[in-house]
Design a binder for this molecule. Structure first.
Ligand SMILES: [Fe+2]
Length: 161
């Protein structure tokens, strides 16, 4: 199906993948309180993203949800699902692996599609603007982390297992 409902389903699945990354990583870095705190905050954001997406989807009519969408967007979201199976997170060996995965997901087309769903379909543009600003902060948290832990340092911080 090439409809908006499918795009929402795939976007929700992508948000769950991101949530899963942060939930698992908190366990991998349980010896590092700063990373545990970071992952907990990011996971909380992902839960909010899921709730906001669900609310947005529920605010639309069946007619709106059955409208066709750009097949390119569906394809991009399907690829994220394929590229990040659960095993992708299990292979994580150090903080740099975590950073690379998070960076790839947070700055992927997935999040661009996520944002465009709100821009195109939200009934309240004011609320959307403030939510999207929050989303920018969510992505920036990762940039802050990378400055706090430069690459060479990240590679030295191993996962606990
Ligand atoms: Fe998200």
């Amino acid at each position: 199906m090439n409809d908006l409902k499918t795009l929402f389903d795939l976007a929700l699945a992508s948000e769950s993948i991101m949530r899963s990354l942060y939930r698992r990583s908190a366990k991998f870095f349980s010896h590092l309180p700063r990373i545990v705190e970071f992952c907990a905050r990011m996971e909380k954001d992902e839960i909010l993203h899921i709730e906001k997406l669900l609310a947005l989807r529920d605010s639309l009519s069946l007619e709106q949800l059955s409208q066709p969408v750009d097949p390119g967007e569906l394809k991009a979201l399907r690829e994220i699902k394929k590229d990040f199976p659960d095993e992708a997170f299990e292979k994580m060996e150090n903080l740099d692996d975590f950073y690379e995965l998070a960076n790839e997901l947070e700055f992927s087309e997935t999040n661009a599609i996520f944002q465009s769903l709100f821009k195109k379909h939200s009934p309240s543009s004011r609320e959307t603007r403030s939510f999207l600003l929050l989303h920018d902060t969510h992505q920036e948290n990762l940039v802050v982390l990378s400055e706090e832990f430069p690459r060479a340092e990240r590679q030295k911080i191993l996962t606990a297992r």
